[in-house]
Ligand binder design. Structure first.
Ligand code: F6P
Length: 318
């Protein structure tokens, strides 16, 4: 009988639980023995591994976070750490590992795969920065940001204020762009495209002249300090400006239907690919298609936001 272990790693994302459920239930359905690793790669090094059953994942499809918990493991970055983890899995007769996480976790998984364990990656990160695929958790995070924009827009209009809203994505502007387009923001500042502050301020001033009641500026963390941006905008426009930093609120909450369905399809595909003898691949999803691509290709790739989305954000916010 085949055996697999499953873990969640890196920053959590809504839909990780739905993914664990799909992996565990598909494994049980296919007659594969399944084990859960607690605390991500750190727990793998420490042998925090226990057998799971269909019942272990009851009542979690709707829950944010991850029942297996997660970590950003320093130990796993070392060859000693990875070898120890590999030895523990081998001793338990587990030859497959499903890694649910973002870029860093998939890179860790890829390196682990070089030691002989078969690693299957499933992309889950609110940042949506894994190449060649949509990531579990992104849709939920964007909807959370959108809800915040709607609320902030109400108060912004009432007071005739400008709002700077900071969203997550240290190196990736996907959340900012999607929420900016869906929320009708005046400007969206993302790390991939050098922002032109003069243009941002000009646009706000034009809007004020035309009688706009508010302006919403979305900034991805790391592009600018939201506070400095507020001060600059306030100074240059003479209009009251407020800041809202959404932070980790974006990481929690019940997953949307889109994320639950993606999680269910990807989790099932991961187990199918193990049963079919695929090795060291990531499950990818694009539109209606779920497919496998080599982990090697994923770690060598880079995802860029769609420039068309940036254009749309600019054009529709005149
Ligand atoms: O999960 C990715 C991410 O949400 C980034 O967008 C953010 O910069 C980072 O995690 C925050 O990480 P932590 O929770 O470790 O502070």
């Amino acid at each position: 009988m085949q055996r697999l272990a499953v873990l969640t790693s890196g920053g959590d994302a809504s839909g990780m639980n739905a993914t664990i459920r799909a992996v565990v239930r598909s494994a049980v359905f296919r007659g594969v023995e399944v084990f859960g690793v607690h605390q991500g790669f750190e727990g793998l090094i420490n042998g925090e591994i226990e057998q799971m059953t269909a019942g272990s994942v009851a009542d979690i499809i709707h829950r944010g976070g991850t029942i297996l918990q997660t970590s950003r493991s320093e130990g796993f970055r070392t060859i000693e750490g990875r070898e120890k983890a590999g030895g523990l899995l081998r001793a338990m007769g587990i030859e497959n590992l499903v890694v649910i996480g973002g870029n860093g976790s998939l890179r860790g998984g890829h390196e682990f795969g070089q030691l002989g364990i078969n690693v299957i990656g499933i992309p889950a990160t609110i940042d949506n920065d894994v190449p060649y695929t949509a990531s579990i958790g992104f849709d939920t995070a964007v909807n959370t940001v959108l809800d915040a924009i709607n609320r902030l827009r109400d108060t912004a209009s009432s007071h005739g204020r400008i709002f700077v809203i900071e969203v997550m994505g240290r190196e990736c502007g996907e959340i900012a762009l999607a929420a900016g387009v869906a929320g009708g923001a005046e400007s969206v500042l993302i790390p991939e495209i050098k922002p032109d502050l003069t243009q941002v301020i000009e646009k706000i001033n034009q809007g004020i002249k035309r009688g706009k009641l508010h302006s919403i500026i979305i900034v991805a963390e790391g592009v600018y300090s939201a506070m400095e941006l507020r001060d600059k905008i306030q100074e240059e426009t003479g209009h009251e400006t407020r800041v809202s930093i959404l932070g980790h609120i974006q990481r929690g909450g019940t997953p949307t239907a889109v994320d639950r369905i993606l999680a269910s399809r990807m989790g099932k595909h991961a187990v199918d690919s193990i049963c079919q003898g695929e090795r060291n691949v990531m499950v990818a999803g694009e539109g209606d298609r779920i497919f496998s691509i080599p982990l090697q290709k994923v770690v060598n790739g880079k995802r860029m936001p769609e420039l068309e989305m940036y254009e749309i954000a600019k054009m529709l916010s005149i």
